[in-house]
Design a protein around this ligand. Sequence first.
Ligand SMILES: Nc1ncnc2c1ncn2[C@@H]1O[C@H](COP(=O)(O)OP(=O)(O)OP(=O)(O)O)[C@@H](O)[C@H]1O
Ligand SMILES: Nc1ccn([C@H]2C[C@H](O)[C@@H](COP(=O)(O)O)O2)c(=O)n1
Ligand SMILES: [Mg+2]
Length: 232
Amino acid sequence: MRGGLVASARLLPRPLVRWFLQRRAQQDINENMLGGKKVKIIFVLGGPGSGKGTQCSNIVEHFDFIHLSAGELLRAEINSGSENGTMIDTIITEGKIVPSEITIKLLQEAIIKGGNDKYIIDGFPRNEENRVVFESVTLVTYFQLLEISISPEFVLFFDCSEEEMERRLLGRNQGRSDDNIETIRKRLKVFVESSLPVIEYYESKGMVKKIDATKPAPEVFEDVKAIFTHMA
Ligand SMILES: Nc1ncnc2c1ncn2[C@@H]1O[C@H](COP(=O)(O)OP(=O)(O)OP(=O)(O)O)[C@@H](O)[C@H]1O
Ligand SMILES: Nc1ccn([C@H]2C[C@H](O)[C@@H](COP(=O)(O)O)O2)c(=O)n1
Ligand SMILES: [Mg+2]
């Protein structure tokens, strides 16, 4: 059937086909759609060690979302031996933020590959540059390169004290190169200087759902669950 449609489209004048594809794509942009599907994106933010990854794992067990962690995608890129790997590794070990083009490309690929219409994106946007570049993402839709703006439904913010985050990271024990006191202190500083302003930006738009993340993980998840249950 699909092959038949593509074959028929080949018989139509190219400008007409292009006009039709652009019109469909423009409708998608207006409605936050990707490839004809309404896409729901939730940004999960919070300081290092606030429990983003832990709670995202809980969310995907109970709700039909795909979890994408920007940090995990970057670590996978390092481990894949890609040409950017060494540069990404150095930036992460220094507690800094990787240039947006790299992280967004990885997220784009994961969203397209995911084939789902609901994503929780953990640890992104980490700074203003991440946010602004993501707002004008270039995606391949309908065989065309398009500037498409995808905005999140809301931002889930795990609010946790620095002392508690530091304590958790020092006890995480997952072999991460950035879980050492020197890098942890740098990441906490970058969080305050670069990531908090992003959360404040969304706050000013009434898009932030703040969670007290200092509580034990099961209690935190009760609060998270209430939010996701109400949005379903
Ligand atoms: N509410 C909690 N109380 C106590 N420990 C927790 C809680 N939530 C997570 N942890 C533990 O704290 C550590 C950090 O949690 P997690 O990896 O989920 O944080 P994160 O926000 O994803 O951090 P990062 O930004 O570094 O990836 C883990 O060892 C996890 O088991
Ligand atoms: N948007 C992002 C997300 C992550 N990184 C880098 C810098 C972080 O310290 C590191 C680990 O991320 P985490 O697993 O803690 O979410 O990855 C980035 O540069 N940009
Ligand atoms: Mg994490």
